[in-house]
Design a protein around this ligand. Structure first.
Ligand SMILES: [Zn+2]
Length: 315
């Protein structure tokens, strides 16, 4: 069965053009979309990684049958329209990954979406809620461990309990507040997103990321980065997928895999219901996503939609 990986990066986790092709051959992936990550002034540089357009073009020149180039310039880029046109002429096929610390109701995002619609591009975007990010105070192993425990280690659970402990006992309280910075979050305002989806019906919006996928369930606990446990009731993304023809999602990354494995019975129902809207993707991870999909015993047509038809259609 043809498979398209709709969410892949070059220069992330040690992947270069050749190793991406090797990995694709190994996993039976026919084609991968390569996405950039551009933010001109990331507010917390520790949480940003520049993934530029040029290495993507080089890779796609070498493997034109296998790789599809995507580019999402920062919305604050000067002469954005000319910039987009220049890159479209260079061969870019879509806009992604849009992953900047702005909200959907930002006027710059409005201007950006106007261009994306005019230029008939699909848009891959990331969503992440604001958080406090702990910056390692000094060099050293113990300090490093503390930094890990205060950030994304154990899916946020260690941060949750360490913060509560510090608040109750006063121990580490000053150390924590001295070294924490506010991360403003990425495109996390769902209500404004819905307005944008309505406002720009020609754009195929493809969502992913922790905040997006936590929206598979109606309930969220502050303890977790990626929500765990049973999905008693479907959340906001279920309604968006249902209501808007131009709204899609990709199941890539830890966020996608987590959402599909935390409650397999419910995620099977979710995939069956939205099989015409879900795109297969890895985001450089090596989760057994293909096996997971096979184990869900979806209909052949549903599986084909997820593995490649939806991706071809939105392009
Ligand atoms: Zn990504």
């Amino acid at each position: 069965m043809t498979t398209i990986d709709s969410h892949m990066h070059i220069g992330l986790d040690g992947f270069n053009a050749d190793s991406i092709i090797r990995e694709m051959d190994l996993r039976g992936i026919d084609q991968s979309w390569l996405l950039t990550w551009k933010e001109l002034h990331p507010p917390v540089p520790e949480l940003h990684m520049d993934l530029p357009a040029e290495p993507i073009l080089e890779a796609c020149d070498r493997y034109p049958e296998r790789l599809v180039p995507f580019y999402a310039p920062d919305p604050a880029t000067e002469n954005l329209k000319d910039h987009f046109n220049t890159y479209l002429r260079k061969g870019f096929k879509g806009c992604g990954e849009l992953k900047v610390c702005r909200k959907w109701d930002d006027p710059l995002i409005g201007t950006y979406l106007e261009l994306v619609q005019q230029l008939h591009m699909a848009l891959v975007f990331h969503m992440e809620v604001p958080s406090l990010y702990y910056i390692q105070e000094k060099e050293g192993y113990v300090q490093w461990i503390f930094e890990r425990l205060m950030n994304d280690k154990y899916n946020g659970v260690s941060r949750y309990y360490l913060t509560r402990f510090a608040e109750r006992t006063g121990i580490w309280k000053k150390k924590i507040s001295r070294n924490q910075v506010q991360f403003p979050g990425i495109l996390f305002d769902f209500e404004a997103l819905e307005q944008r989806v309505k406002e720009f019906p020609e754009i195929r919006f493809i969502g992913h990321g922790p905040d997006f996928w936590n929206g598979i369930g109606a309930v969220r606990h502050p303890k977790y980065i990626h929500q765990k446990g049973r999905i008693a009731e479907f959340g906001i993304i279920d309604g968006l997928l249902e209501r808007y023809d131009n709204f899609y999602c990709d199941i890539s990354g830890t966020s996608g895999y987590n959402a599909l494995t935390r409650d397999k019975d419910q995620s099977r129902i979710f995939l069956q219901k939205h099989a015409h809207k879900v795109l297969f993707g890895t985001d450089n991870t090596r989760f057994p996503l293909m096996q997971l999909l096979e184990s869900m015993k979806l209909g052949r047509e549903q599986l084909e939609n997820i593995l490649h038809r939806n991706a071809s259609r939105v392009l």
